[in-house]
Design a protein around this ligand. Structure first.
Ligand SMILES: [Zn+2]
Length: 675
């Protein structure tokens, strides 16, 4: 690994104490994880069913039947993407229900539970997690294969539709959970399940075997993680095989489709990879230069590519990661750190196509962007990566969950009119209120796992340098040149850009590197008696550190008016307001209906008042900016000769974007028309 590459700290080495984020993490532990356990077990009234535990039991039944030497004849041979009981029919114990990738929801839940258990013992949670692992183990077949959909509906069809049926995606999530569980508890039980399935996958698609790669990526980054945890080279080699096969001719996706077409007596299709842009399988990974297709998949793939570049020093892979990064953040990212401009395929759109109201901006895609950013930071510490990671975390990742942790957004638009959502087919994907659960519930457990592992994003380290990427209040124990020190970060970006880093115990020689946030215009970082130099947006402070040593950072956090590039058609003539890492929005609850009639004046951002407001028991920053409201004459005709619109002075109240829709159903707008 090159010298500049850094690694996150062990799970227990970072304890989040931040007044805002520790509450979020507690909420995940006390409300979200128990709620999701009930959801996985279909115990939430009036919510869509998960079928997770049901499917695990159904698969275990099939496995037991086969073990007893009996013929297992599945009751369903439905090859569909989803299976539900017939109207009025009771679910059968031996049938699979829900989406084909349902297994992954439980794996994500387990991963989040593991992170929480690493930070705080919890007998009840430990028991539930063990129950989940027992269910999973029982569902694993003799040869290691583990996928409830195929085990229940017909194992002979396994690995015949990698493009759409998410077997390797579920394998990836299983692996992520297994490594987290091992790191949190020291237990090998789930890791052994993942290894056994991994060997079954390797047998089929490993080096020198049949060509194949995941239709929905994540196995790549999960396998690198398994390799780093165990030191077993086979997992790195399997990940490399997936990356190398992807996007090459003949396309493995076309080949498997052709098998199905041939069986059905239909005409086969050309086997060129170029057709598979949606799956990021349209060209070899090292040649990729634009973020395309399904946004979550693209972010997960880029994360795996960044792992490969870091672990092998592959310069072509690193260059491809940098091109994908630039394409994403310079042309295709919302101001809220969301990605995926179009709901058609939950996908990246063309450059600069960033509509506010029809946006997809899936919560999982922002989480994927944070994964990618953290891995780019590990590859090379540059503050721009941390800026984007912070933007995604503080805005779209957080907005995915209600302040009480009990409901979730899948889609995170920047403009919502509930009346339009109810009636307009083009907005069918936009929910004006958070939902209790989803039939396709990828986002809620993904939020739980990233927030539970926030410590992995705050800092990374090399042998002699500890990088502090996020100013999140926490206590960190790290080794600098082999000597252990513990330091405390005092910060609360909800209120101010003032942060202090204090050495609590231990003595060590080395460098503490603090990020200079992109949003801070000016500001200072001081540490008595340490040599300082700036590099890639970090201030590097080198010397001998001992208890009581302190670094003080003062970053001004003025309210700023932000415009999008003039090439973004959708926000032409509009402005939004940010403060520090937070993007703000106007809500009907404060500003009345028809938010499009508000006129904001970017030049008056300096006159904005920063106050606070209690929303759902949480005190949050609120901005009041001077503005105007266009008045609508009574009986105004649809068209009339042009005249200067009549306006009245008004104060526009803005709340953090992540906190919108916690006060009932109403309009919301991030981008306001300019005065
Ligand atoms: Zn999702």
């Amino acid at each position: 690994m090159p010298d500049i590459c850094s690694a996150p700290l062990p799970l227990r080495s970072v304890r989040v104490t931040d007044p805002f984020w520790s509450r979020e993490m507690d909420l995940i532990r006390t409300a979200v994880i128990p709620y999701q356990w009930d959801a996985l077990n279909d115990r939430i009234p009036d919510a869509e069913k998960s079928w997770w535990a049901h499917n695990m039991r159904a698969a275990a039944l099939a496995v037991r039947t086969k073990k007893n030497g009996k013929e297992y004849s599945p009751v369903q041979q439905n090859c569909g993407f989803t299976i539900y009981p017939e109207e009025g029919e009771a679910p059968r114990d031996d049938s699979f229900y829900g989406f084909v990738f349902q297994d992954s929801d439980g794996y994500k839940w387990l991963e989040a539970a593991a992170y929480q258990l690493a930070l705080k013992p919890d007998a009840e949670l430990q028991k539930q997690a063990q129950e989940a692992i027992d269910l999973i183990r029982a569902a694993q077949e003799e040869d290691g294969y583990l996928n409830t959909y195929y085990t229940v509906t017909g194992r002979e069809r396994a690995f015949t539709n990698l493009k759409d049926h998410h077997e390797l995606y579920c394998f990836g999530h299983l692996t992520e959970a297994a490594v987290a569980w091992k790191q949190a508890t020291g237990k090998d039980d789930l890791l052994d399940v993942a290894r056994r399935f991994g060997r079954c996958v390797t047998e089929k698609f490993g080096p020198g075997r049949e060509r194949g790669c995941p239709g929905h990526e994540i196995a790549e980054m999960a396998l690198y993680r398994l390799y780093e945890e165990t030191g077993e080279a086979e997992w790195k080699e399997l990940a490399q095989r997936f990356l190398d096969v992807r996007g090459t001719d003949p396309s493995t996706f076309a080949l498997e489709e052709n098998k199905r077409l041939k069986k059905a007596g239909k005409k086969e299709m050309p086997v060129t990879a170029a057709r598979y842009m949606y799956y990021q399988a349209h060209k070899p990974v090292r040649a990729m230069d634009e973020a395309v297709g399904h946004a979550v998949r693209q972010m997960y793939l880029a994360s795996g590519m960044a792992d490969e570049a870091r672990l092998t020093g592959d310069a072509d892979m690193k260059a491809a990661c940098e091109r994908l990064w630039r394409s994403t953040v310079n042309e295709k990212m919302y101001v809220t750190g969301g990605v995926g401009g179009t709901h058609v395929g939950e996908a990246f759109s063309r450059p600069y196509d960033l509509p506010s109201d029809t946006a997809y901006s899936e919560t999982c895609a922002a989480i994927g962007l944070a994964f990618f950013a953290r891995r780019m930071l590990q590859l090379e510490p540059k503050a721009e990566y941390a800026d984007v990671m912070e933007r995604a975390l503080y805005n779209t990742v957080l907005s995915g969950m209600a302040l009480d942790g009990k409901s979730f957004f899948y889609v995170n638009p920047l403009e919502v009119d509930p009346a339009a959502c109810d009636t307009d087919e083009r907005l069918r994907h936009v929910k004006p209120v958070r939902q209790k659960w989803f039939g396709c519930a990828c986002c809620p457990p993904n939020i739980a796992r990233i927030l539970s592992s926030l410590g992995q994003y705050i800092a990374t380290q090399t042998e002699n340098t500890l990088y502090i990427h996020l100013f999140v209040g926490s206590e960190i124990t790290a080794k600098l040149n082999g000597a252990e020190i513990t330091l405390k970060i005092d910060a609360n970006l909800m209120n101010s850009g003032h942060a202090e880093v204090t050495v609590l115990s231990g003595q060590a020689e080395g460098t503490l590197a603090l990020r200079l946030p992109g949003w801070a215009i000016g500001g200072s970082v001081t540490a008595q008696g340490k040599a300082a130099r700036g590099e890639n947006g970090y201030i590097l402070l080198t010397g001998r550190w001992q208890p009581g040593d302190q670094i003080t950072a003062d970053f001004p956090m003025p309210v700023q008016a932000v415009a999008a590039s003039p090439l973004v058609r959708e926000t032409s003539g509009q402005v939004c307001f940010v403060r520090g890492p937070l993007v703000f929005c106007a809500e009907e609850a404060d500003n009345g209906r028809n938010l499009h009639l508000l006129r904001a004046c970017p030049e008056k951002a300096g006159e904005a008042r920063v106050g606070s407001k209690e929303i759902d028991g949480l005190t949050l920053p609120v901005l009041t900016v001077p503005g105007k409201r266009v008045t609508v004459p009574e009986n105004a005709p649809l068209y009339a000769p042009w005249s200067q619109p009549q306006t009245v002075e008004t104060k526009i109240t803005l709340v953090p974007y992540f906190a919108w829709n916690n006060r009932g159903k109403g309009e919301m707008r991030v981008w306001l028309e300019r005065e």
